[in-house]
Design a protein around this ligand. Sequence first.
Ligand SMILES: Cc1ncc(C[n+]2csc(CCOP(=O)(O)OP(=O)(O)O)c2C)c(N)n1
Ligand SMILES: [Mg+2]
Length: 631
Amino acid sequence: MATRLTVGQAVVAFLAAQHARRDGQTRRFFAGVFGIFGHGNVAGLGEALLHPPAALPFYVPRNEQAMVHTAAAFAKASNRLRAMVCTSSIGPGATNMITAAAGATINRLPVLLLPGDIFATRRPDPVLQQLESSGSRDVSVNDCFKPISRYWDRINRPEQLPSALLEAMRVLTSPADTGAVTLALPQDVQAEAWDFPEALVEPRVWDIPRARADAAAVDAAVAAIRRSTRPLLIAGGGVLYSEATAALRLFAEQTGIPACETQAGKGALPFDHGQSVGAIGATGTSAANILARQADLVIVVGSRLGDFTTASKTAFAADGVRFINVNVTELDARKHAALPVVGDARVTLEELRTALSGWHVSASYAAEAASLKSAWEREVDRIYAPRGSQPISQGEVIGILNAALAPTDVVLCAAGSLPGDLHKLWRTRTPGGYHLEYGYSCMGYEIAGGLGVRMALPDRGVYVMVGDGSYLMMAQEIVTAVQESIKLTIVLLDNQGYSSIGGLSASVGCDGFGTRYRFRSRSGELDGDAVPVDFVANAESMGAQAIKACTRNEITAALTAAKAHAGVSVIVIPVDREVRVPSYESWWDVPVAATSPRDAVQRARASYDASRKNVRDYLSASTPPADGDPT
Ligand SMILES: Cc1ncc(C[n+]2csc(CCOP(=O)(O)OP(=O)(O)O)c2C)c(N)n1
Ligand SMILES: [Mg+2]
């Protein structure tokens, strides 16, 4: 049986009929469509969405980059079991999506992008906004999506649509392959009618597997853990996506192995769990980083082992340190020459725990981890404590917010100095309560992302922490939140520019150059007075309740007012740019100029050269040849 539909109509009917199932629970996969129309999608997809199916509500955001951030945050907060669709016109609307699409792919989050594209027939060449190439007519700006999409296609004929849609779904629902998927839809093809097979738009369920690891790899991992004396667990985002937090807790409790967390994995254990030693790496706690330095075996669950996690390959310093990487993705499972355990986090942790029955780390190692942990908690208390001076420090604000929030509330952030401070200091009590986009660390994700989290988790309070720099880059989705009656609390920390990069600049001998928001002075430099921005008026103009809060009491009162307000609240807090949370037993590789007339740069380079000596390659094979193997 065939059904006559335009390509746009077939796409919409197909998307509304897709479901995902894991652990026997089936959900609609797509929760809605974000779109900004132009000539590239208004007639084709626009007509198809004119009366959107109830399953696929349509939302109008204010910026295409932001809508893809919102979609990515929605997928992250849904543990990748649900996703959103984003449609744009051709040209700038499409390329606006690229930054956030890269972020989704880097963070392994499913988003479906439907940019309009230039005419497949090419008759009106060049159409408005078409990029022309002298070397080929088969080029459009949508080719820019290729390297940042896990699946990319251009539908030049209606017959190509069914296989492309199935491939898109395979990738979006694959724990190992997921990321941004782009189906470029030429504007003429969107409007073309075709007799599509009815089976294409029938309800379909995609099973999201819990892949079991190779039995020999699990045996080898168990043997390596039994031999280890100072093992350390690293929980990455994969623990949350796999909903493996209970399995991780039981594994840690049974074996006594201390567990630390990446940015994406933070909250896998409650901060006060006996085995939790908090954040690892460049933005890690003293407890985790001291244990990492001496670990003989690092058991990594669901992490891509980015440079912040490994402290640029200096975090694990013991001779002969080995890695076991539990990951659904081979790429990650093989990193650091690890023993690869390619499988789902939850089932693999359960298998490992069963096989390790009766084994426990030594009492002295457990006691050492516990004492490092209590020393760390005292340090957090110190930073949270009132300093009694103005402007307030960022660390204090984090403490006030942490105390005011309910255990299930979500704190969200992406870029600036806040992510590092939050990674160290935030006391997460519930999985999903800490939402950091730190794969791409994209300024502008914060408010758009907060919207996506609240859409995914309408019963959880969402608190967006954002720097003044990020806010000025992308605050306009406040209007979308107001339009949709979505409650959000935005905590804006104003330090008049880029405190994070300012600190980094000073550390490489460059004195914070170009990181302060200052008027150009008579000297011709940007070193005049601070450029004033009235953030309260700005937020109010978009329909938010906005409150300036400078002291501890004012911040607490503003949070109470935000709780009572049904819509968007923005709390503007001036903070001390120079009072920074230090790093603990850690390093981050940012190369310093090797020659410079500046003394400060030369000193920074000398210190950089000394630190760089600690970088390790982690090449030692996890499974050396056994006796009798040919070598
Ligand atoms: C889109 C984007 N551009 C540039 C950067 C590099 N960058 C990282 S943090 C930062 C400054 C952020 O300023 P703000 O939001 O005020 O936070 P603060 O550093 O003051 O804490 C910059 C420019 C980035 N991460 N993302
Ligand atoms: Mg700032």
